[in-house]
Write a protein that binds this ligand. Structure first.
Ligand SMILES: [Zn+2]
Length: 510
């Protein structure tokens, strides 16, 4: 008879994938993660649409798809004011797993998980993710813990340090050293939090794994046609070994606390053939016109005005980050001759259509059909895995949900981008700074009482939260769309209890 787990330790492996882990296990770079993997039930986990950090980790944390949790990108669109704002934890439309556990008086330790800024006011310790405007904002929920880490684990940092590809070996050495230090500091921070909180769930999110893979992919020796440079490869190996050491420390912590272990990633990884400019595609399709000299002035004016407003808030990074950005300074086009534009979006085309020339829904359907057929000019492969009018597919008014009218997730191997210089004529270009990017399938592995080693799991990101609740012997609330990954006969016998979590949160803050 399976028993419930008293606690769960989550390993958040951002961008973790079999494509990388399998060969690294063979090389012996990650022996601790490998032995955990072998004794776990494990499998592939499908990412969200689009497969980007804030969307995917919100699905992880809520057990819901983006349609229900309301986060569809890093940004959201305010159609009334024609501005773009950053998504954050308080825009999530449903309670998270952390909120649910708090209501059951079960404290949580959450270190670095994306979309936890601003941190929820719950029992335990929450250090917000890399989206926090600065260090003090990241530690807002636990300032004492922030001060303790500053003294005892000064290397700890929630920031993303892999902003670009290292140009020289020295450059790489600097970034690799920081990466190794931060991985290990994350494990040490978890140990310190463990000494203070009698946690029910402890999560460490290894955010640098994503940036590392984006920038050093060619040095990882995965492509048989690319021979990595030995000294470069040694630095990369050091990073993965440090991650493995940090994972090992957390596995030991889990063993001491008799915790089940769940490793999860938000998407897979693979080579990036090209960046695709969404506004460039719209221009080619006749939906948008490029800036001429007379119209450049307006674009530059809006950008400068926004930059000045930010500069005035330079002593208040949180307020500066919350400033909405006018679309006229985000998209460089001649607005009198534009009927469709992408105000933001990464790894997906997110397109707003302007009513006027024709009806909104007809134009949205036309743009979706156009994007669905956009192809790689060299290979003829489709650039988007799917393309659809949001109102039709999701059954909602996009404007009410901060969403553009058309959504087209990138096909594996291509990265669609709204951000692109309006003075750059190319719409399709490989980017030396981004040799690899996200793919559809991440991983999940569970080592828990009653779960068989080697059992195959297959599911999607919203399935993880109900799985965790099942392991803890708690019924999943009605609003969660995911289903537990653990076969029924292995589910620990949960108490027959429906305490109406959904009813308790009819209108979560937006
Ligand atoms: Zn990424």
């Amino acid at each position: 008879m399976p028993t419930t787990a008293p606690r769960i330790l989550f390993l958040g492996l951002d961008g973790g994938t079999r494509v990388v882990f399998d060969p690294l296990f063979d090389r012996g770079w990650m022996p601790r993660l490998e032995s955990f993997w072998r004794r776990s039930a494990r499998g592939n986990l499908r990412s969200t649409t689009p497969m980007v950090t804030p969307v995917a980790w919100t699905s992880f944390l809520t057990g819901c798809t983006p349609v229900r949790h309301g986060i569809h990108d890093f940004c959201w669109y305010d159609a009334r004011t024609r501005t773009v704002g950053f998504n954050h934890a308080e825009r999530v439309a449903v309670p998270t797993l952390w909120h649910l556990l708090d209501r059951l008086d079960r404290p949580v330790v959450s270190l670095n998980l994306p979309m936890t800024y601003p941190a929820p006011r719950i029992q335990g310790i929450v250090v917000s993710g890399a989206e926090s405007p600065d260090r003090s904002a990241a530690f807002r929920q636990c300032p004492d813990f922030g001060r303790e880490l500053a003294c005892l684990v000064p290397e700890y940092s929630p920031k993303n340090i892999w902003k670009r590809r290292p140009r020289t070996l020295e450059d790489l050495r600097g970034l690799a050293r920081l990466t190794r230090e931060i991985f290990l500091a994350q494990a040490r921070a978890a140990e310190r939090a463990d000494a203070q909180v009698d946690w029910s769930v402890l999560m460490v999110h290894f955010h640098l794994l994503d940036g590392l893979q984006h920038r050093v992919w060619p040095e990882m020796g995965l492509d048989p046609d690319v021979r990595p440079r030995t000294e470069w490869s040694a630095e990369v190996e050091g990073c993965f070994r440090a991650l493995d050491e940090a994972v090992g420390r957390l596995l030991e912590l889990a063993a001491r606390r008799n915790a089940a272990i769940v490793a999860v990633s938000d998407h897979g990884f693979g080579p990036c053939r090209a960046l695709v400019s969404v506004n460039g595609l719209l221009e080619r399709g006749g939906y948008q016109r490029r800036l001429r000299y007379g119209t450049r002035f307006r674009y530059r004016y809006h950008r400068l005005r926004h930059r000045y407003a930010r500069w005035r808030l330079r002593n208040n990074p949180e307020a500066a980050a919350a400033l909405p950005r006018p679309v006229a300074g985000e998209v460089g086009c001649d607005w009198r001759h534009t009927t469709a534009f992408a105000p933001f979006g990464q790894l997906a085309a997110l397109v707003c259509v302007e009513p006027g020339r024709t009806q909104r829904s007809r134009l949205a359907a036309e743009v979706a059909a156009y994007l669905a057929d956009c192809r790689d000019p060299e290979t003829g492969s489709r650039l988007f895995a799917d393309a659809f009018p949001v109102a039709e597919r999701y059954g909602l008014d996009p404007a009410e949900h901060g969403l553009p009218d058309v959504l087209a997730p990138s096909a594996d191997g291509y990265q669609a981008q709204a951000k692109w210089s309006p003075f750059d004529d190319r719409w399709f270009a490989s980017d030396p700074d981004l040799p690899a990017t996200h793919t559809q399938y991440g991983i999940v592995a569970i080592d828990a009482p009653g779960i068989g080693a080697g059992d195959r799991l297959a599911g999607e990101l919203p399935d993880v939260a109900p799985t965790a609740l099942a392991l803890l012997g708690i019924d999943a609330p009605e609003y969660m769309e995911g289903r537990s990954l653990i076969p029924e006969d292995r589910v620990p016998s949960a108490r027959p209890r429906r305490d109406g979590h959904a009813a308790a949160y009819p209108h979560h803050v937006r």
